[in-house]
Design a protein around this ligand. Structure first.
Ligand code: AMP
Length: 113
């Protein structure tokens, strides 16, 4: 499958690895929108939030269990951070492999653009 994030998870394409376990992989965004901008992905190819279901929900729960640990390691647990997933065209999703952006170390505006 020609998916850039699958290739990153399999180390076929280099990335700035931040975290890895059997189920998930986290790496620095190539075009950071904040001093901390990490992408957290399931190793399994899931297209978007639309495809979260009973068969893969444990992986999503696992991602959200790891996020506080990553936030601590990245030094944003106290200062605060944002976790966001973009879904589909209106959501601004540009890579069709589910990913969660973890952004921090700057004041993030709300509402987003
Ligand atoms: P989204 O627009 O929500 O689909 O986010 C996709 C993100 O992937 C963007 O923030 C890109 O900068 C990032 N991205 C694309 N290719 C790479 C890559 N090879 N390594 C790291 N981040 C990437």
């Amino acid at each position: 499958m020609d998916c850039i994030f699958c290739k990153i998870a399999k180390k076929e394409i280099p990335s700035g690895k931040v975290y890895e376990d059997d189920l998930i992989y986290a790496f620095n965004d190539i075009n950071p929108q904040a001093p901390v901008h990490v992408l957290i992905i399931p190793k399994m190819h899931i297209i978007s939030a639309n495809e979260i279901n009973d068969s893969n929900k444990d992986i999503i729960a696992h991602i959200f269990k790891v996020i506080p640990q990553l936030a601590k390691e990245l030094g944003v647990a106290e200062s605060g951070y944002r976790v966001v997933t973009n879904c589909g065209e209106d959501g601004g999703q540009s890579v069709s492999h589910l990913h969660f952006h973890l952004l921090g170390k700057r004041n993030l505006s709300w509402p987003p653009g």
